[in-house]
Ligand binder design. Structure first.
Ligand code: ACO
Length: 320
């Protein structure tokens, strides 16, 4: 594929105030810190009480815009990935645009845990083909925001312990910048996996077949990441930083191992956040940037998989 000259220039993160440890959950559920840590790598998560999805999205967006030194009025596009909007209408992105007072085009994408990669793919494609104007230097705000704890039955130990709430955001700027850009992309579906993870149409809570999700997640993510790398002509061993969906440390280890990416190149921040669905990758990206773990010219691979069971991967060359 043709690389798109662009760069991610600003990053934001927002977590609800309430932090819940595994012991907090074990106080009212038949589970334990040891079980959760061993099976998932998770120690704690943040849970929204007063915060709405748009509150979290707006807070992350404001940090990303300030970090990029971009005024909201200069944005061409806002894409929010979420499957837990405040309400069915309007889009969460429209709420973000209103809070920022920007006339940017704004819409949501529901790709569950894959949503941020979908959003980045759509935003970069629209900017890249000049759909929002031909000026080379176009700006999009891409946000992942979810409150999956509003979808999990508090009495169901098989799902509640796995999820947390939050939002992450990044500013995407098109234009040439010393070879920085989107080098490879892959998006795919897995229609046979629909029943493995879903809120059934007649149900209130998320239903999950854990082992089935595990198998499908590993298989799809390995295939998707492998295709994005192949399209970019980059070997897995040359990936400098792998930022996978933060579902579960065992899924991440299995995927990195099969791809041949060394453990010390994998970004992991689920220990204190759990699975935040569409927010998971931008939150991990924020951790990597703030932690100084992304360097100029690095090849950075984002890989996501989620309910549906779609998967998506993006390979970026990091700007100088
Ligand atoms: N505490 C204690 N016991 C539990 C808990 C819990 N929180 N949850 C389930 N169990 C029990 C089950 O009821 C089952 O009991 P049983 O044998 O009496 O029926 C037993 O633990 C299953 O234990 P294991 O076989 O050791 O569990 P497994 O190794 O399959 O791990 C897990 C379960 C963690 C859910 C695993 O299957 C998994 O990680 N699946 C992927 C799930 C996931 O990441 N979902 C996130 C959304 S999808 C996405 O983001 C891609």
């Amino acid at each position: 594929m043709t690389a798109l000259a662009c760069r991610l220039t600003g990053f934001g993160a927002a977590l609800p105030a309430r932090r819940e440890t595994n012991d907090d959950l074990a106080a009212h559920l038949d589970t334990s810190d040891a079980w959760i840590r061993t099976r998932t790598g998770i120690a704690a998560r943040h849970v929204a009480v007063a915060e709405s999805t748009s509150d979290l999205a707006i807070a992350a967006a404001l940090e990303a815009l300030a970090d990029a030194d971009v005024a909201p009025a200069d944005l061409d596009l806002i894409v929010v990935a979420t499957s837990t909007p405040d309400s069915a209408c309007p889009a969460t992105a429209a709420r973000v645009a209103a809070a920022l007072d920007t006339p940017a085009a704004a819409f949501d994408i529901n790709g569950a845990c894959t949503g941020f990669v979908h959003a980045l793919a759509v935003a970069s494609s629209l900017l890249g083909v000049g759909a929002l104007g031909d000026r080379g230097d176009r700006l999009a705000l891409v946000v992942g925001a979810d409150r999956y704890r509003s979808l999990t039955d508090p009495a169901d130990r098989t799902t509640t312990v796995l999820f947390g709430d939050g939002a992450g955001a990044a500013v995407l700027r098109t234009g040439d910048h010393h070879g920085a850009g989107l080098l490879g992309l892959d998006l795919r579906g897995d229609p046979d996996g629909l029943a493995a993870l879903q809120v059934r149409p007649d149900a209130r809570w998320l239903h999950m077949d854990g082992p089935e999700v595990f198998r499908r997640a590993v298989r799809s993510l390995v295939s998707s990441a492998g295709s994005a790398l192949e399209r970019a002509g980059v070997a897995a061993g040359d990936v400098d930083r792998f930022i996978p969906h933060q579902a579960n440390v065992r899924i991440v280890d299995a995927v990195a191992g099969r791809l041949g990416i060394a453990a010390d190149r994998v970004e992991l921040d689920l220990v204190d956040r759990a699975n935040t669905s569409a927010a998971s990758i931008p939150l991990a990206l924020h951790s990597a940037v703030r932690g100084g773990r992304l360097q100029a010219d690095d090849r950075v691979l984002l890989g996501a998989v989620g309910a549906g069971m779609g998967a998506g991967s993006v390979l970026l060359r990091w700007p100088r």
